[in-house]
Design a protein around this ligand. Structure first.
Ligand SMILES: Nc1ncnc2c1ncn2[C@@H]1O[C@H](COP(=O)(O)OP(=O)(O)O)[C@@H](O)[C@H]1O
Ligand SMILES: [Mg+2]
Length: 322
């Protein structure tokens, strides 16, 4: 296995809100190696975006606060970095693609001007060099007539094209690490597939590491090497994609798998997981999944299960496996 690039160790992020205290990420630990694609999967509200934004230090603070843990990136704790150190990290090493490009791209500047500005600031390019590089990048992500598209505003692009622009922007500084937070969720299915394929080809071409975030386990089946399943602020299962699909250990992962169409099993029906994600301001005691779990035991209502290596490299936090 290649060397570790990003290591989350016991990351715990809490929001102090008027309505009360909310732990959005609780004790999350995982490692992403060079060239690896890591899928972070879970229903909406499970803490995926807060985890991702912690790596970029983009959670609003206050109300959020990292109360425990470390985020080691290439051997240094991101949480100890100065603001200028963070700007350098975001500009040159780690880039992020968001679900909604309209909120990340500025509507009042042309797409070309935005990406070239970033290039001139982060890479010290001249105006002309930056412009040439942007046209190259737009072509790379498959935008037709990139030289004339350079002068367009975000609203002049379709949803799929905007996501390509976001990707071009993210790639502009030659990052070694990309975080894509539900980059295809807002798109229709055929365009989703194209964008996914595009991200994959960029990852391979530039030997980047990737955290790919999605609520749809089906999306990561063919794209990710490793999967972390998140439920109500906890990583509940962690392992290689093959292992997770062949031998899911946590009832939540099993539930997610039963709710997506699969070609690799004799599945006849899709069964959604019953119930809803708990209220994160008043989560249940014990395992947060127990109110929805068909296999819940007494201990599940009282004790939070710890992550345990059940098979080599395959971890689960579930009392069934203790
Ligand atoms: N800026 C914020 N202010 C208050 N609560 C937030 C904020 N961002 C996220 N949360 C809360 O943190 C929890 C995790 O959110 P999030 O990471 O966005 O989930 P996901 O990306 O998995 O859908 C949710 O309960 C959400 O309401
Ligand atoms: Mg999210």
């Amino acid at each position: 296995m290649a060397e570790p690039v990003l290591q989350l160790e016991d990351l715990t992020v809490r929001f102090q809100l008027k309505r009360g205290q909310l732990t959005a990420v609780d004790g999350a630990s995982f490692t992403v190696h060079r060239g690896e694609t890591f899928g972070l999967v879970g229903e909406s509200g499970s803490g995926k975006s807060v985890t991702a934004r912690s790596v970029m230090r983009l959670n609003p603070s206050p109300p959020s606060e990292v109360v425990r843990g470390r985020i080691m990136f290439e051997g240094e704790n991101i949480l100890d970095k100065s603001d200028s150190g963070m700007r350098e990290l975001r500009g040159k090493h780690v880039a992020m693609v968001f679900q909604e490009p309209m909120s990340a791209l500025n509507p009042v500047y042309t797409v070309g001007a935005q990406i070239s500005d970033a290039l001139r600031t982060n890479m010290g390019m001249t105006k002309k060099e930056a412009q040439e590089r942007v046209i190259e990048l737009l072509a790379l992500v498959g935008i037709p007539s990139p030289a004339s598209r350079f002068k367009n505003y975000v609203h002049e692009f379709s949803g799929g094209m905007r996501q390509r622009v976001m990707l071009a922007m993210a790639l502009s500084c030659d990052p070694t690490f990309l975080i894509a937070d539900e980059p295809t969720t807002a798109l229709d299915v055929t365009i989703q597939a194209t964008i996914l394929e595009l991200i994959r080809s960029m990852i391979e071409r530039f030997n980047m590491s990737l955290i790919f975030i999605t609520h749809n386990l089906g999306v990561v089946a063919h794209t990710c090497d490793t999967i972390g399943v998140m439920y109500a602020s906890h990583i509940v299962e962690l392992g290689s994609t093959d292992e997770i699909f062949a031998n899911p250990l946590h009832p939540y992962t099993q539930g997610l798998l039963n709710s997506i169409p699969r070609l690799d099993t004799q599945q006849k029906f899709l069964t959604p997981i019953k119930g809803l994600v708990c209220n994160m301001l008043e989560p249940p005691n014990g395992c947060k999944f127990h109110p929805r779990c068909e296999q819940a035991m007494d201990i599940c209502t009282q004790e939070i299960p710890q992550m345990k290596e059940v098979a080599p490299g395959h971890f689960a936090a579930c009392h069934l496996h203790n």
